[in-house]
Design a protein around this ligand. Structure first.
Ligand code: BG6
Length: 369
């Protein structure tokens, strides 16, 4: 059942190349059209939407935050990402031109179900990005794009997260094609970039020993900070969430640009800080800005651990340790850079002797509001 691994969590982290590959398989037909799994949405409706709202909880909401960068960039449709339990209580502006995307591994999270119902009452079209076949959200949404991560048993989500990002990207590619934002060869190039991800995730897994070693030395830490910028920001949030959930260590993820507006006050001698370094090929100057953040926290005594892409050696000059992931186009990088952070949380929790599959106080799916 655990495929030779000690825990479901470890197995599911290793399932990630397959989860991404399966989520991609056969999804786009020769005309570039996305194959939705359940239900149909009239293309006319999808052509006329003027706003997308992604609703989700926990890790699924971070997948939504990640997908937003890609969907907005490719489609030029405004995308909001909202925690499902906040969504309906703020009287959100939803119309028949709103597409609501409900992201949920279980499809049974009551907060997300209630957000879906509220959106539908306001006339929105709802697509479920759901892992569990036939679940409530899958049944109630107007259409479903299943993540094909397979059953996820460990309470803390890993492979579903990568599959949710993948599905969100597929939706963005489809909408870009449908609405004429991209030429066919651009669509093809994006799909090829996604197709290259599973092998790269495998390489991250194969090279995970250094971060495991680090994790084993950090069982006594009281607090760990995570910084990221652009698509690295939701990765920082997810890295912090995994550490809270599994190792019961206080952890916070911050947008790196926010550092000087507050969080830097937390940094004192010996404070571990993980920094997800943007690709040097990304938005001009983001890389150097985050390199400056590494220097700023280091100058205040932080221990700096950087996730960087292979070939980008600049952080070597400033960080205590750099963990490399394969190079990829900027929007694809979260699918790689989050993996060492998942492994870090898993290994640290295991070093503390905790049950990584069933962390205290948490349920796999929260079916009450
Ligand atoms: C939480 C789980 O309660 O629900 C998280 O512990 C999960 O792991 C979150 O990310 C959302 O769940 P779902 O099933 O809606 O993706």
């Amino acid at each position: 059942q655990k495929g030779g691994f000690a825990t479901f969590m470890e197995k599911e982290i290793h399932d990630q190349p397959t989860a991404v590959a399966d989520t991609l398989r056969g999804r786009i037909d020769e005309k570039g059209r996305l194959q939705l799994d359940g239900g149909m949405i009239d293309e006319y409706v999808l052509k006329s939407i003027d706003k997308i709202i992604i609703v989700a909880c926990g890790t699924a909401s971070y997948a939504g935050l990640t997908a937003r960068y890609a969907i907005e960039h490719w489609t030029r449709i405004p995308v909001e990402v909202e925690l499902a339990h906040e969504f309906r209580y703020r009287d959100p502006i939803v119309s028949i031109k709103t597409l609501v995307v409900a992201v949920s591994q279980s499809g049974e999270t009551m907060d997300t179900i209630m957000a879906v119902r509220h959106a539908q009452q306001q006339g929105a079209t709802v697509i479920g990005v759901v892992n569990a076949q036939g679940s409530t959200i899958a049944r109630e949404a107007d259409a479903v794009l299943y993540t094909r991560a397979g059953p996820e048993i460990a309470v803390a989500s890993t492979k579903a997260f990568l599959a949710q990002i993948t599905a969100g990207y597929l939706l963005g590619i489809y909408l870009a094609e449908l609405r004429g934002n991209k030429f066919p060869d651009e669509i093809e190039a994006l799909l090829e970039q996604l197709d290259a991800i599973p092998a790269k995730v495998q390489r991250v897994l194969d090279a995970s020993e250094p971060i495991r070693e680090l994790a084993r030395t950090m069982a006594d830490e009281r607090t760990v900070l995570f910084l990221g910028r652009h698509v690295g920001f939701p990765v920082a949030l997810e890295g912090a969430l995994k550490l809270k959930e599994l190792a019961y260590i206080h952890a916070e993820g911050f947008a790196a640009g926010e550092l000087k507006h507050g969080p830097i006050a937390l940094v004192e001698e010996g404070q571990p800080v993980f920094i997800v370094l943007p690709s040097p090929r990304g938005r001009e100057s983001l890389h150097s800005k985050v390199i400056s953040n590494v220097q700023e926290v280091r100058a205040r005594g932080a221990r700096t651990f950087v996730i960087a892409e292979e070939g980008d050696t600049e952080a070597d000059n400033y960080a205590e340790q750099v963990f490399y992931v394969p190079a990829a186009p900027v929007l694809m990088t979260p699918l790689l850079s989050v993996v060492p952070l998942q492994i870090f949380a898993l290994e640290l929790a295991a070093a503390k002797g905790y049950d990584v599959d069933q962390p205290r106080n948490l349920a796999k799916s929260v079916t009450v509001e």
